[in-house]
Design a protein around this ligand. Structure first.
Ligand SMILES: Cc1ncc(COP(=O)(O)O)c(C=O)c1O
Length: 410
């Protein structure tokens, strides 16, 4: 008899976004005439850049000719044309010495941030920010690295690091033992960024405690402050303690194309039970060879086009549209008396709910009275209670209309 993986039964029933969808559908059914505007799920709305489209057309043409047809990506870790462009533009240009053979191209940062935990022993203790992108937690629950739920969305055997207004939403170093530490900057959901000095503290902590930092930089393209590092590898010594995740999803609108990458430096090592020091780069390569067969040639050609001069300028323009939305959202809500955070170097705005309103109460109020969908902060962890997340990925006209409606509530 096959038995089920009991770890799945530990998962919190229902995931945040299905619950939001359920409430939205119920409201729409009851009020079919209403136009609901979504500022909830973090998906992009602007079309792909012309340089990307052109590269995709060209790649499709190549696939239609025997001489230029591409089958499996050679070793399933990404074409060298893309890995070289990433190494040069995303890292070397910022003084971070990341080589193409430390870069693994994938179909998404979601799968990579979920799968990376397979490299580590089940007795490794994970630490996550609270609130947090739920994938880090749920993937470790499924793997059996956590205990059961201990109420209020908290699992046993996870170290939660509160990201709250007092620490400007940048968690303090953990006081308990933490072996695998997930960090996300610019942050989803709070929109916070970490300074160089703050990241240095984390690298120093990881080096002293022989922990590994799992650094999710999916939103690095939104950083507007030149003093804020885009990569953990801009910090000296990070190559020995950090894995970094990147994605073309929010950088270049690839949520429906799918292309991302993960950096596993050659210097990065973890110990085996017998005390042997094991390099993680070949381990991740081995895992990919077994469980993954690469990203389509067309997606990789499209991703490479984001590094051409035209591609860079065009994706900058699109990011400019979203960041202008973020500015309008922040400034309008602040002028209405709301406390708002983030939205300066990130496409997320973290809004403190008015006194007496929990996250879901305020979500319901905005849905029912302004017909605007947000994301309740409580869905990202206990410290998210009392907040809702707004995304800046909407169409500017919709963003304006949503804000007009919210303004009329006050
Ligand atoms: C913090 C963070 N990491 C990773 C991802 C996933 O990105 P991808 O589309 O590359 O799977 C998201 C998507 O919303 C995200 O917010």
């Amino acid at each position: 008899m096959a038995t089920v993986n009991e770890n799945f039964l530990k998962l919190k029933a229902g995931y945040l976004f299905p619950e939001i969808g359920k409430r939205r559908r119920a409201f729409q059914q009851a009020h079919p005439e209403v136009k609901i505007i979504s500022m909830g799920i973090g998906d992009v709305t602007q079309p792909l850049a012309p340089a990307v489209i052109e590269a995709m057309h060209k790649a499709v043409g190549e696939m239609g000719k025997k001489e230029t047809f591409h089958g499996y990506d050679d070793d399933g870790i990404g074409y060298s044309f893309l890995r070289e462009a990433i190494s040069k533009n995303d890292f070397q240009a910022r003084g971070a010495a990341i080589e193409p053979d430390e870069i693994f191209v994938s179909d998404g940062a979601k799968s990579d941030t979920a799968n990376i935990q397979e490299l580590f022993g089940l007795d490794s203790i994970i630490a996550v920010p609270d609130p947090v992108y739920p994938v880090y937690v749920d993937s470790n629950v499924m793997a059996g690295r956590t205990g059961p739920m201990a109420g209020q969305g908290i699992y046993q055997k996870i170290v939660y690091m509160p990201a709250v207004v007092e620490n400007k939403f940048v968690p303090d170093l953990p006081t308990e033992k933490a072996d695998m530490i997930y960090l996300c900057f610019p942050n989803n959901p709070t929109g916070a960024v970490a300074t160089k000095a703050q990241l240095e503290k984390w690298v120093d902590y990881a080096r002293k405690n022989r922990s590994i930092l799992l650094f999710d930089a999916a939103y690095e393209a939104y950083i507007s402050d030149p003093e804020i590092p885009h990569s953990i590898y801009e910090i000296a010594g990070a190559k020995e303690v950090a894995i970094e995740f990147r994605s073309f999803s929010k950088t270049a609108g690839f949520t429906g194309v799918r292309c991302a990458f993960t950096v596993v430096p050659k210097e990065l090592r973890a110990d085996s039970k017998t005390g042997q020091s094991v390099a993680l780069n070949p381990l991740w390569s081995r895992r990919l060879c077994t469980k993954f067969n690469g990203v389509s040639y067309i997606s990789q050609a499209a991703a490479a086009a984001t590094y051409t001069p035209e591609g860079k300028a065009q994706i900058r323009d699109t990011i400019g549209i979203y960041m202008n939305n973020a500015k309008v959202i922040r400034e309008t809500l602040a002028s209405l008396g709301y406390q708002v955070y983030g939205g300066v170097s990130a496409p997320y705005i973290w809004l403190k709910t008015p006194p007496g309103f929990g996250s879901w109460d305020f979500f319901d109020l905005l849905l029912e009275k302004a017909n605007v969908v947000t994301t309740p902060g409580a869905g990202f962890g206990p410290s998210g209670e009392g907040y809702v997340r707004l995304t800046a990925f909407g169409d500017p006209a919709n963003v304006k209309e949503a804000l007009d409606r919210i303004s009329r509530l006050s």
